[in-house]
Write a protein of this length. Structure first.
Length: 555
């Protein structure tokens, strides 16, 4: 049969390289409103939940039990469960109903109830609700700083650039596990060269991650995963209680932390129990709430290809972000792992969180080219900076980033590389050459960096941990070599561990080391003229992209 030339052209479009599947509820391949999802219900006797979403207490699995005992405000639960879900959805969108009134209701819902409520909403309504329900008034952003070589000099330079571009949190991980101490050290120094107050983490196995934090080499964690079915938890040799215990370990040492979950993880691991992705994700969000954790990284994260393949899947991703805010927690709303070959789909997925603003619009904007992203590539990367800044400017929204000049970036990258060079020298770590400093100053990615002696680096990283090097040793090394401003920034970050103010929900730290959180920057959106509004200073910063023609250019 002769083919339509138009369809031949369409078949070659990037979007048709994406994977799509029809709904298959029996295996969990359905985004929302699954036919096997439970009917909302709750029964309470003598202050104890004896029925939850159609299941009697004697039939509870461990997730049901944890949620029933720790995650629901029982004082108003029966009242809220009797309310019409459509009415509750309308209250979420209604600008005349303040966030504090909604929170009293949403935190008293069961997982099935909260899913039923958001199921009444389209994406525009969810975005309207998200604008009101996020905990912190001011939106922010987080990035990945990694490279395929685990090159510490490049990490430091990339972290410094990311800091001046506006990221309030930065996350690294490793290609080789034993490189973790160097990666943590490098992102710490680089970020504090860029500006004081940036929070950093090194995402590796949990015991080592906690140890790095206790040594003052990191300041937060978020890769503590929770799941929506018991089988997946058991597969990971974990329980909600073990995760809660780990969370208390971070908090007791003055480390900010979030859990991580996301729609599609249970499907991907083969244990969806025939439930919709959003219902299972709601259970994860309730586990996080019950554990007393201040926030959650969700938005499908590394499982984004699963909801991205089914109808309404990206809507479900937005819904899980919204539910997190409805339970009064910080949300780092995904937009990290790439899921589509289509630039249009990537942007559509991003705008769901970028337009209303979230606590962290991306929980991993790739501050490096995607070939260097060891988190499997991001929805947006270092080559999208100008696009991001243009969108902020086009729509007069705050996506957390700022335009920078080439001269500013080159200078800060060079300073970060030199600072790390000095610290390595002072601590007796393998030499960082002037050639490496020069390369990192101007590099696009690891392809532009000379190779290091990996065996020597790994041995030194291991010895660094055995020697008990801490953040204070780094402060002393920086000060001794003339980087007093960076040393002061790092010392101020260590002081935050003692005060603990950044353990409040949705906390970030500004360049003056003021903690901004849901406590002192509570979201008060109630329609036009309220909530977060761009200040004149911030709007002028967003407008001032380097390639805009200015009147003075013609003087």
């Amino acid at each position: 049969m002769m083919r339509s030339k138009r369809f031949e052209v369409l078949a070659k479009r990037p979007v048709n390289q994406d994977g799509f599947v029809a709904e298959w509820p029996e295996v969990g391949l359905i985004a929302m409103n699954g036919p096997n999802d439970p009917t909302p219900s709750i029964k309470i006797k003598n202050g104890k939940v004896i029925e939850l979403d159609g299941k009697k207490r004697e039939d509870f699995d461990m997730i049901d039990r944890f949620i029933a005992d720790y995650a629901i405000n029982l004082d108003r639960a029966e009242e809220v469960m009797a309310m019409d879900s459509l009415k509750l959805a309308q209250m979420l969108v209604d600008v005349n109903v303040p966030r504090e009134k909604i929170i009293e209701l949403t935190t008293a819902m069961t997982p099935a109830k909260i899913v039923e409520v958001v199921g009444n909403m389209n994406v525009v309504e969810m975005m309207m609700a998200l604008q009101k329900m996020r905990a912190r008034k001011t939106p922010s952003n987080q990035c990945h700083v990694t490279n395929v070589k685990d090159n510490p000099v490049q990490i430091a330079a990339d972290a410094a650039e990311a800091a001046i571009r506006g990221f309030d949190e930065q996350e690294t991980t490793v290609g080789i596990v034993r490189y973790a101490p160097f990666n943590a050290l490098s992102i710490l120094i680089g970020s504090q060269v860029g500006r004081g107050g940036v929070l950093t983490q090194c995402a590796i196995e949990e015991a080592t991650e906690l140890l790095l934090g206790m040594k003052g080499l990191t300041s937060y964690a978020e890769t503590v995963s929770v799941y929506g079915t018991e089988n997946v938890f058991v597969d990971g040799d974990d329980t909600p209680w073990s995760k809660a215990f780990l969370a208390s370990g971070y908090a007791s040492r003055g480390l900010k932390m979030r859990f991580t979950s996301g729609t599609g993880s249970e499907v991907q691991m083969g244990y969806a129990e025939g439930k919709s992705m959003l219902y299972l994700e709601a259970r994860c969000i309730y586990i996080t709430k019950g554990a007393g954790v201040q926030g959650l990284q969700n938005g499908s994260i590394s499982c984004i290809g699963v909801p991205g393949a089914v109808p309404s899947g990206i809507r479900a991703v937005l819904a899980e972000n919204l539910i997190t805010t409805m339970l009064d927690m910080e949300v780092a709303s995904g937009n990290d792992q790439t899921f589509s070959h289509s630039d249009m789909r990537r942007t559509a997925r991003l705008l769901m969180q970028m337009l209303p603003g979230t606590d962290f619009i991306c929980s991993g904007y790739s501050a490096v080219p995607n070939y260097d992203n060891m988190f499997a590539g991001s929805n947006v990367d270092a080559e999208d900076y100008d696009d991001w800044n243009a969108i902020q400017r086009d729509l007069m929204i705050d996506g957390g980033l700022r335009p920078v000049s080439e001269e500013e970036v080159v200078a800060i990258r060079n300073k970060a590389a030199r600072a790390l060079q000095a610290v390595f020298e002072e601590l007796g770590l393998p030499t960082i050459t002037d050639e490496e400093v020069e390369a990192a100053t101007y590099a696009h990615g690891s392809k532009d960096m000379p190779d290091r002696n990996v065996v020597e680096d790994l041995k030194a990283a291991e010895e660094m941990m055995k020697r008990g090097i801490t953040g204070l040793d780094i402060v002393k090394a920086l000060s001794k070599h003339g980087f007093d401003d960076v040393a002061e920034n790092l010392l101020n970050m260590l002081k935050q561990r003692i005060s603990g103010d950044y353990l409040h929900t949705s906390a970030i730290i500004d360049e003056n080391f003021n903690v901004i959180s849901a406590v002192n920057d509570c979201n008060d959106y109630m329609g036009p003229g309220t909530g977060y509004r761009l200040s004149e200073e911030r709007w002028n910063e967003i407008k001032d992209i380097p390639n805009a023609i200015k009147p003075e250019d013609y003087d």
